[in-house]
Design a protein around this ligand. Structure first.
Ligand code: SF4
Ligand code: SF4
Length: 68
């Protein structure tokens, strides 16, 4: 995992090849932490690590990164 990827998504791993950009994760996030920007899911610093996005993504694209 590259540093650049981690800085865009400090809490989540996003497996790009599986993402169909449906926006479900953006919609279910209770804190509006996620954004779909230029075809990429990014975080905006409001993640509470609730895992709603992980659970609702229809293609298991997202997973929670281990906390340091
Ligand atoms: S819910 Fe999953 S497939 Fe849909 S945009 Fe989010 S990460 Fe991609
Ligand atoms: S883990 Fe929860 S707070 Fe963090 S991005 Fe996913 S839905 Fe939003």
């Amino acid at each position: 995992m590259s540093t650049a990827t981690t800085s865009k998504r400090p809490n989540l791993n996003w497996h790009q090849p599986w993402c169909k950009q449906c926006g479900v994760c953006v919609g279910v996030c209770p804190t509006q932490n996620l954004k779909l920007e230029q075809g990429e899911i990014i975080e905006t610093g409001k993640c509470t690590r609730c895992q709603m996005c992980v659970k609702y993504c229809p293609d298991q694209v997202l997973s929670l990164l281990e906390q340091e």
